[in-house]
Design a protein around this ligand. Structure first.
Ligand code: GLY
Length: 588
């Protein structure tokens, strides 16, 4: 194995990354749609899909996709490739890739069995409900988002080990080695990565005094093409390679992490590391226009919200109305507003709070949520609250998603995060990796918005060992009992609505995977009462009409980075990497 990976890694380091495409193939109509024509020309980016006969990897970074594809080419399955891609992203995509964050996996085996793995971070045992409030009960600015106190107990390495033990085929060491080699030999920064590191330079210096992690040796700004070498991270990954879970949660890495926490007043102790365990959870299943939707249960708010929105929207003629038309957008915004109101009240870690799942997904309840809907005017969020009878913002780069299908037909959708870009900005001294700032995803005070502008209450209050609520929504869609497509995205609270739009673009608007990804997006989350949009989402006429109905727009640059794999009618795969990032699809 080693020879294989040495050979592939030297290929990677040379930067000779090219997508394997089936030449001459053009993107074609989505075979799973109900109509033969694209209902309206997609707006937005013009990137084209990548095609493969057997397997596909779509991730946020070309090197990570290349490593995943090499694993699959050499006999690994989707679960092996997942481990290798996750660890490679921790090296080549430090803004969100991680060994010290958390995430969710939704997987579908070739035989149709589905599983999810929850590796969301947990509050440390020393955490308490009001830990981010001052003596007057006010939120202390930045405490839950920057520095040592902002970190939850990491789940990534535990999950990768569990996933590999249960489903992997190749030796663990072979899956970790590519990440080690890239960390030690260096990775060439893209424009986005160089800019990202330059943007957080002051925070890096502030939270890591006297250290040079992620700074250029002469502290000049990073430029595209500069080489980032990560010696300490390579050594940490070697310990993970040699000792598995104990290479992170015990021994030298754990000692370095706990010492870093002590240095900066953080809460994570060795006891927290010993106690952490990723959890297998039963997938959430729903249906939409003859498709089965398999998604993540709580502590993801995304899966529940997605199924709520799809259930309500199924009754509407979205196809006839067209993509990003006045009627479609108005209806979707009003649905999103109501579903996010439910999220603010009812969603939290199900091991600590009784999430009323049955009610939230009940058809009659969902119909009742739309009782005050008007097709002619926006319902202000001040006139909306969560459904009473249920028991009878930010930037894009903080999270990352990848999708993998292997030659056997196994499919893995994984979304993972440090929360904010580069997490808490704290780098574990000697360990070389960023810590997450996931504690901000708790409701630090009822009604106080988190960094994504989302509010919450009791259901998502801080409690020792509880997992903070997430929007991450890795999702797999079946049609006629067979894999149809899988998708997911970063984007904080916009994750769920981006996944929703991806699904609707493919199923209702008859798009190819890449067209669905390229199409511009919008988002409403109840509070604040604004529609976040990408430039060009709506024509001027549509935007004016929506404003006349009472909607207020805010242009927020880009929304999400959807990475999608679609199985086509002939059994081949279309990989769609989002043009909003450096994402790349590689298939063969
Ligand atoms: N940290 C973003 C999320 O989990 O929703």
């Amino acid at each position: 194995m080693n020879t294989i990976f040495r050979a592939s890694v030297s290929f990677l380091i040379l930067g000779a990354v090219t997508a394997t495409t089936l030449s001459g193939q053009q993107p074609e109509r989505n075979p799973f749609s109900q109509n033969s024509a694209v209902s309206q020309a997609p707006q937005g980016y013009t990137k084209e899909g990548v095609f493969g006969h057997k397997a596909m990897v779509v991730s946020a970074h070309p090197l990570a996709s290349q490593v995943g594809a090499e694993i699959l080419r050499h006999g690994g399955n989707a679960f092996d490739a997942t481990v290798a891609v996750q660890l490679t992203l921790a090296v080549v995509f430090p803004v969100a890739g991680n060994i010290s964050g958390g995430g969710f996996i939704v997987a579908r085996m070739a035989n149709g069995k589905t599983v999810t793995l929850d590796f969301r971070e947990a509050a440390p045992m020393l955490a308490s409900r009001d830990m981010f409030l001052d003596s007057a009960g006010n939120v202390i600015p930045r405490l839950s988002t920057f520095g040592h106190k902002a970190s939850g107990v990491p789940g990534t390495v535990d999950a990768m080990v569990k996933l590999h033990k249960q489903y992997g085929k190749l030796p663990w060491k072979a899956l970790v080695q590519p990440a080690i080699d890239i960390a030690r030999n260096g990775v060439f920064l893209t424009v986005r990565e160089a800019e990202g590191l330059n943007e957080v330079r002051e925070s890096l210096e502030y939270y890591n005094p006297g250290k040079t992690y992620f700074l250029k040796p002469n502290k000049s700004p990073w430029k595209a093409g500069d080489k980032l070498v990560q010696e300490d991270l390579a050594s940490t990954l070697e310990r993970i390679r040699d000792k598995g879970r104990d290479g992170f949660y015990k021994g030298k890495t754990a000692e370095l992490l706990v010492a870093e926490m002590k240095r900066g007043g953080g809460f994570i102790t060795q006891k927290d590391l010993d106690a952490y365990s990723a959890k297998w959870r039963t997938p959430l299943r729903g249906s939409y226009r003859g498709h089965t939707i398999i998604t993540m249960p709580p502590p993801s708010a995304g899966g529940v919200g997605l199924l709520q929105m799809l259930t309500i929207l199924e009754a509407q003629p979205l196809k006839e109305w067209g993509v990003n038309s006045e009627k479609t957008a108005h209806c979707m915004i009003e649905v999103e507003r109501r579903v996010y109101a439910d999220r603010s009240e009812y969603l939290g870690d199900p091991d600590f709070y009784n999430v009323p799942m049955k009610g939230l997904l009940d058809q009659q309840y969902l119909r009742s949520r739309m009782s005050n809907y008007s097709p002619d005017k926006a319902t202000p969020s001040t006139e909306i609250t969560y459904g009473k009878d249920v028991r009878s913002f930010g930037s894009n780069d903080q999270t990352t998603h990848f999708s993998i299908v292997d030659p056997e037909g196994n499919a893995v959708a994984l979304t993972t995060t440090l929360n904010g870009g580069y997490g808490s900005k704290v780098v574990v001294d000697g360990g070389g990796f960023f810590m997450n700032n996931e504690m901000d995803d708790f409701s630090v005070k009822p009604g106080a918005p988190n960094m994504f502008g989302a509010i919450g209450g009791e259901a998502n209050a801080i409690q020792a060992r509880k997992r903070m609520l997430s929007s991450m929504t890795p999702t797999i869609v079946e049609k006629d009992g067979k894999l149809s497509f899988l998708l997911g995205t970063p984007g904080g609270t916009t994750i769920t609505t981006s996944v929703l739009q991806g699904i609707i673009n493919i199923i209702d608007h008859s798009m190819t995977a890449q067209q669905a990804v390229n199409t511009k997006r919008f988002h409403h989350q109840y509070v604040p009462d604004i529609v976040r949009v990408e430039h060009g989402t709506f024509t001027t006429e549509v935007e004016t009409a929506l404003q006349q109905k009472g909607h207020t727009f805010r242009n927020i640059g880009t929304i999400g980075k959807l990475d999608v794999i679609l199985r086509r009618a002939d059994g081949s795969l279309e990989g769609a990497a989002d043009p909003r990032g450096d994402d790349m699809a590689i298939g063969f």
